[in-house]
Design a protein around this ligand. Structure first.
Ligand code: SAH
Length: 273
């Protein structure tokens, strides 16, 4: 059990949005927090577990939008912990899958502050589950690569032809932060994969606003634009999408609300009472 020490910081994964996908450990940490520093990809339902007396500070950092500088977040975490607060840094998905959880943990440790990390369900995993496919499959995918589509401040561009070659070997590609750069990602993938390789986008995975698009890399950016799919979304590329439930692998935009009302089978983790 995660016991929060006074004056500590806990980096807590809030999961992809659906509060029912929080871990028990995350709920305990949120309940125990006196201060919560919250990313903007954290689903609003998650905050219902916070104490009424807790101070909630929104420190969103969305690419391309007005955002809180990372240095400010670092300073705030340290200052609150040094004042003896029980700080929960609530991050979308898993704290250690992109989203700078690693940098935050290093900064806190360097400042002599104890850091706990509580895993969350990463949005890339939730997106695959929403599509009804696994990341790996004995017949279609022998591994998975999690990559960012956004080079960020480090400017370290990924080599998409290499990733395409890996996907051609039977690895599923799961791309975070790729929606703004779909056209160039598509061009890179087409250097090593056939145009008919299946690709899917899931926006707002696990929430009431979820939207899914299943297509092929040959028309990926065009179809995404036509469907109006924007951030936050996960791109999944690979033959594992061939294992989509019947009808799902067509080039159609699927609306979750209509699926629910049509009583089509949903993954059990998404079932609502
Ligand atoms: N730590 C997070 C990822 C942070 S990077 C995690 O494990 O999920 C931010 C990116 O995550 C977004 O650009 C988007 O690609 C993805 N993302 C986060 N929440 C999402 C959601 N509910 N649906 C689809 N993509 C999401």
């Amino acid at each position: 059990m995660a016991t929060l020490r006074s004056g500590s910081v806990s980096l807590v994964g809030a999961g992809p949005g659906d509060p029912e996908l929080l871990t028990v450990k995350a709920i305990k940490a949120i309940r125990g927090a006196s201060v919560l520093l919250v990313d903007d990809l954290v689903g609003p339902g998650v905050l219902r577990y916070a104490r009424k007396s807790a101070r909630i500070v929104h420190v969103g950092k969305r690419g391309g939008c007005a955002s809180t500088p990372q240095a400010f977040i670092h300073r705030l975490m340290v200052a609150e912990a040094q004042r003896g607060e029980t700080v929960v840094r609530l991050k979308g998905g898993d704290p250690f899958v992109f989203g700078r959880g690693g940098e935050e943990a290093e900064h806190l440790r360097a400042a002599g502050i104890t850091v706990d990390v509580v895993n969350g369900i990463s949005s890339g995993l939730a997106a695959a589950t929403s599509l009804g496919v696994p990341w790996t499959h004995r017949e279609h995918a022998h591994g998975v690569l999690l990559v960012t589509g956004h080079a960020g401040e480090s400017n370290a561009e990924l080599h998409w032809p290499t990733l395409a070659a890996a996907a051609a070997q039977g690895l599923t590609l799961v791309v975070y932060m790729g929606v703004q750069r779909l056209a160039s990602i598509q061009a890179g993938l087409l250097t090593g994969l056939p145009a008919e390789t299946p690709a899917a986008l899931v926006q707002h995975a696990s929430t009431a606003r979820e939207r899914r698009l299943i297509t092929h890399i040959g028309s990926l950016s065009e179809d995404a634009r036509a469907a109006g799919i924007g951030s936050p979304a996960i791109l999944i590329v690979g033959n594992v999408l061939l294992a989509c439930p019947a009808g799902a692998a067509e080039r159609t935009e699927v609306d979750t609300a209509s699926l629910v009302s049509a009583q089509l089978p949903r993954p059990s983790s998404r079932r609502t009472s």
